[in-house]
Design a protein around this ligand. Sequence first.
Ligand code: 3PY
Ligand code: MG
Length: 252
Amino acid sequence: RKNRLKTAFRENTPIINGWLAIPSGYSAEIIGHQGYDAVTVDLQHGMIDFASALTMLQALSATPAVPLVRVADNNPAQIMRVLDAGAYGAICPMISSAEQARRFVAACRYPPLGVRSFGPARGLLYGGSDYPQHANDEILTLAMIETREGLANLDAILDTDGLDGVFIGPNDLSLTLTGSASAESRHPEMLAAVNKVIERCHKHQKMAGIFCTSGAAAAERIAQGFHFVTPANDVMQLGRASREAIALARGN
Ligand code: 3PY
Ligand code: MG
């Protein structure tokens, strides 16, 4: 199976990515049917263990959304395991150097390009029987830029063979740059950092992604030049929808 996210990027069509922190196959299935291009299972900050991630990837593969995983860290064993479980792409947090990016991509690629061990399990069920021949081309790899070092080493990170692009973690990036975590920070240093990422990604012809707190914020990021946006996660959306419903019910 072709990875439609790669096609969308080549055609310059923005990718809207859902984000799951709730450990439930049922809520993954609901989110997957809402019209997202991709949905990411968050193993770093989501309340999700491997058994839940497996059921969530199974649920997502019954929807039109491409299943992705944000891994907890740059650990080849976990990266290989979620790919075996049918993730069609991996997002790796805290990539600060070209060497870390190379190690991340190597875990996602079978030899001779990388060091991924063979045992594609659900990869075959989601990707098809020719998965072993095409996985190296189809698996999406996004390195998170969310440290001062990662920002400084951005060009070298973007030069990594096989890396499809970067994804800004705005909370961590603003925390390290400005001293406070904010996904929509207007601090000048943060604005400059975000502009740098967009500019360098366009120069290197790599995907620029970012986490956002709402659909409106995501639309602004697309207008700014981002290709891949996440308009908040399931928890934020559930909370917001509840607050809005309660306020309407109370007549305020
Ligand atoms: C961040 O904002 O730091 C993230 O990792 C987004 O989830
Ligand atoms: Mg982060």
